[in-house]
Design a protein around this ligand. Sequence first.
Ligand SMILES: Nc1ncnc2c1ncn2[C@@H]1O[C@H](COP(=O)(O)OP(=O)(O)OP(=O)(O)O)[C@@H](O)[C@H]1O
Length: 296
Amino acid sequence: MTAPHAISVHDIHKRYGDRDVLRGVSFDVPRGQVFALLGPNGAGKTTLIRILTTLIRADSGTAHVLGHDLAREAPRVRELISVTGQYASVDEELTGLENLVMIGRLLGRTRSAASERAGELLAEFGLTDAASRRVGHYSGGMRRRLDLAAGLIDSPPVIFLDEPTTGMDTRSRGALWDVVTRLAGQGKTVFLTTQYLEEADVLADRVAVLDAGAIVASGTAADLKRQVGSESIELVLDDGTTVREVTDGDPERVREVLNRLHHRGRVVRTFSVQAPTLDDAFLALTGHTTTDRKLP
Ligand SMILES: Nc1ncnc2c1ncn2[C@@H]1O[C@H](COP(=O)(O)OP(=O)(O)OP(=O)(O)O)[C@@H](O)[C@H]1O
């Protein structure tokens, strides 16, 4: 028998009132991979994480973590996972070190074992210098890293991160990306949700795109980018309107866009070349942008 996948999701449905938030979601995450669920606000990402971490139940469908059925073996699943949400859950009144020691003690470690593990994690997450500072004085990025460290005291094999870098500046985002890369290097399976195409591209072995509760595309980031195109141009016209087009680095396609605007008598004020955004991906994959479609 082959070893079960780290995460296996089959035909999950979830409805709130008359709103179908998840509409038959299925995918597998092999062990030791980083999997990114990419989608805009309200797509259903947090709802799916809450289901997979046993906080809420799906209306129908099945899901397994390392072969354990979420519906029948929730306590076992909880031993195998850690989950870090969008809001830090550590105590602001305590120092970083005190927070981790306290959680270690709650998990049944002796004081010296808890301190030792806390020291290891603080070092691993670049927080040693801030160990004896109160968390209330940490930056958002430092808190998020401490929060993630708090979930890793017992070194669970499967790690869920809900939008781990939303609202972070570029430096904190880079620091968190390093942490995720290191966890993957240790053989952990990481499931993360994100609104950033670039984040999925940098971190994930496989990406699934969630749109209004359904997976509309999945594959490697390279597969996805092939469908989306590698480059877009953004033009601001003299009346202030913005035009974006995927051009894939092809000068001919840039010329076509400029000619078209010229024939329509439009004057281009500025011109920039950009990597595709989540909006470009959505437009290419679904025919609509992230904002022009509401849930059914
Ligand atoms: N407990 C709830 N009761 C009713 N509706 C809910 C509940 N939780 C989520 N929803 C709705 O389900 C939809 C999906 O929400 P969800 O939080 O899963 O999206 P998301 O992709 O994580 O977005 P975000 O990036 O905003 O967290 C939203 O329209 C939300 O309003």
